[in-house]
Design a protein around this ligand. Structure first.
Ligand SMILES: NC(=O)c1ccc[n+]([C@@H]2O[C@H](COP(=O)([O-])OP(=O)(O)OC[C@H]3O[C@@H](n4cnc5c(N)ncnc54)[C@H](OP(=O)(O)O)[C@@H]3O)[C@@H](O)[C@H]2O)c1
Length: 256
């Protein structure tokens, strides 16, 4: 009996939005597992800083400075990336922006902007990546960061939940469309992680304690606690896992 294979050796992984937070932690873990990681963000400085940090840790990393919301440029930029660094075996759809507003308070423009970046950009990039993986006969892996808001909703956080419910649909749509080509699609639904983007929520005198009080583990997750799920879903060990969304929330969403 051989131990399950969690190695990403020889693989190339594109992680969108990987200059900080969960995306950066996933990139670090993939690099430590043997993959060459493509670091993405909108700022050249921040992308290069993340690339250097991974290289300092002994990993291999390539930069991709690109706003994923720029759909008009996405196909050209993805094509250039494939020529330069090879087609990614693994795509992690990680970019997710937030709008902490109720439906009533959100403007049409705000709704469009969030759906555009969080949902449409991931759909467009996933299609490009899956087509390329299929053409090249890669055992491709697509991992999409949803949220526990892909199944529940919180007052004052309406459009984000709509986008994340949509991403849960994307996980499944990709799984059935590209499964026959040997490409799997899965999701990760994080709960409350102590990343830069949650500083405000954690410090809120009402929401902060409310979040902690509902969590059976009674604490926020540290960003690196996302990496076990992310490496598993991208690895040979998950070869028969397809269309699944792995919840990493300390039990938050099953408690009431
Ligand atoms: N943190 C949590 O507790 C939590 C909980 C549930 C779900 N999630 C989901 O997990 C994912 C990561 O969350 P996070 O908290 O780690 O995010 P974050 O700290 O806000 O980081 C977002 C990353 O995305 C990049 N980015 C933002 N917009 C971009 C764009 N248009 N094009 C390219 N890159 C872009 C940012 O880089 P630049 O600013 O350098 O461009 C940054 O690297 C999101 O999908 C989020 O919804 C997080």
């Amino acid at each position: 009996m051989q131990a399950p294979d969690f190695s990403l050796s020889g693989k190339t992984a594109l992680i969108t939005g990987s200059t900080q937070g969960l995306g950066f932690e996933i990139a670090r873990a993939y690099a430590a597992s043997g993959a060459c990681v493509i670091i993405n963000g909108r700022s050249q400085d921040r992308v290069m800083q993340a690339v250097r940090r991974i290289e300092e840790e002994g990993g291999r990393a390539e930069p991709l400075v690109h706003d994923v919301g720029n759909l008009a440029e996405q196909e050209r930029i993805f094509g250039q990336l494939c020529s330069r660094a090879g087609a990614p075996d693994i795509l992690v759809n990680n970019v997710g922006i937030r709008l902490r507003k109720s439906l009533a308070d959100s403007t049409l423009q705000e709704m469009q902007d969030l759906i555009h970046v969080d949902l449409l950009a991931a759909m467009h990039l996933s299609r490009l990546a899956a087509q390329r993986m299929a053409r090249q006969g890669l055992a491709g892996r697509i991992v999409t960061l949803t949220s526990i808001a892909d199944r529940v909703a919180r007052p004052g956080d309406a459009i984000y939940a709509v986008a994340k419910h949509g991403l849960a649909g994307l996980v499944k749509a990709l799984a059935v469309e590209y499964g026959p080509r040997g490409i799997t699609s899965n999701g990760i639904a994080p709960g409350t992680f102590a990343t830069e983007s949650n500083v405000q929520l954690a410090g809120d005198p009402v929401q902060g304690p409310r979040v902690l009080g509902r969590n059976p583990l009674e604490r926020w997750a540290q960003p690196h606690e996302i990496t076990g799920a992310a490496v598993f879903l991208a690895s040979p060990a998950a070869s028969y896992v397809n269309g699944h969304i792995l919840v990493v929330d300390g039990g938050f969403s099953i408690a009431f």
